[in-house]
Write a protein that binds this ligand. Sequence first.
Ligand code: NAD
Ligand code: MG
Length: 384
Amino acid sequence: MKKLSILGSTGSIGRNTLEVVSHYPDRFKVIGLTVGSNIQLLESQINAFNPEVVAVFDESAAESLRKKNPPVDVLAGEQGVIEVAALDRADMVVSAIVGAAGLMPTYAAIKAGRDIALATKEALVMAGKIIMSEASERGVRIIPVDSEHSAVFQCLNGRDVSEVRRIILTASGGPFLRKSRSELETVTPAAALRHPNWSMGKKITIDSATLMNKGLEVIEAYWLFNLSPERIDVLLHPQSIVHSMVEFIDGSVIAQMSVPDMKGPISYALSYPQRFGDVLPALSLSEARELTFEEPDREKYPALSLTYDALKKGGTMPSVLNAANEVAVEAFLNEKIPFTGISRVVSGTMVEHIALKGETIDEIISASNWARQEAEKVVESFSQ
Ligand code: NAD
Ligand code: MG
């Protein structure tokens, strides 16, 4: 019986994880859950999964939950979330808090020696070097939940990176794949939130439309698989059936395919190195008929180049890119900037940053906080 803590249990990944867990009640026991503020859903998760302890980031929401006398300890604030993340009774921690808020809890879980099923790519984007070296020092396994990285992980199947020529991350292209760059100026948040193939949290859905998500995934892959940026490519693949590919030095390419459903990679991360039965419906390639691939247009999707720039610059720059993007996505959703303003906010923030080495978590976090303020200024300049 594997004991799990789930960070971000009320989110899209969190809910899918609990669905997987409920299919295999003999294999998993949920011991910790953490959420931002959705105590209503947390309450029903407490009733269904009976964890030992929960944490609510929002202190007043935590207090409201305590008043209802739930049959579980309720911790509060970032400290509470970190405490649940570091529980030494857990065999694995599912890291699924969205954004920079996921960094410290994920780091705490690694420092406590817990294996990680990692969805929160932002943690690796911000502090990949620190996280990977901490994990290797403590013998912690980081198993990717992100579908592309799960695909690469499955294709690699333990092979050494010296046998790899490059990896190819696939991207659906999001809802605006067939729109021109000028049409993108006027797309609305509602339209950007309608992803053709995946149902996900708001932030990653917008990141998928700008391709910032794919850029963040390039940085994530860099740290997970130890490949130089030149060996990480991106192809648009609107059907979202090939989840990514590995090209080996002999020219052979291995791809991983399935219907697009996050329960696939989640279940693989939880069951690794085994596979569970009955996770996904069978893939019918004759029904899909076509699998197509194309190069992304870098003019239309500037986020992609920004992420390669940040990766090459290194140090605190990826943390700045990530924070500026979070502010920009929020501003777009609140209709303060146009869709195309997102990458302008990110680049406008990056040019103001003099990157430091980023060798401590404090340095990474202060760069992130600095970038949030700087990005807010760029956002304000849109309304002047
Ligand atoms: P979501 O918005 O649906 O859920 C986010 C979760 O984080 C919620 O449980 C929320 O309560 C919690 N949270 C938010 N702010 C918090 C804070 N300050 N402190 C503690 N908890 C907080 O997001 P999601 O779509 O599930 O994505 C989660 C992560 O997984 C992201 O990093 C995303 O990039 C990654 N991911 C998601 C998908 C997907 O299909 N949704 C796929 C691949 C990777
Ligand atoms: Mg992904």
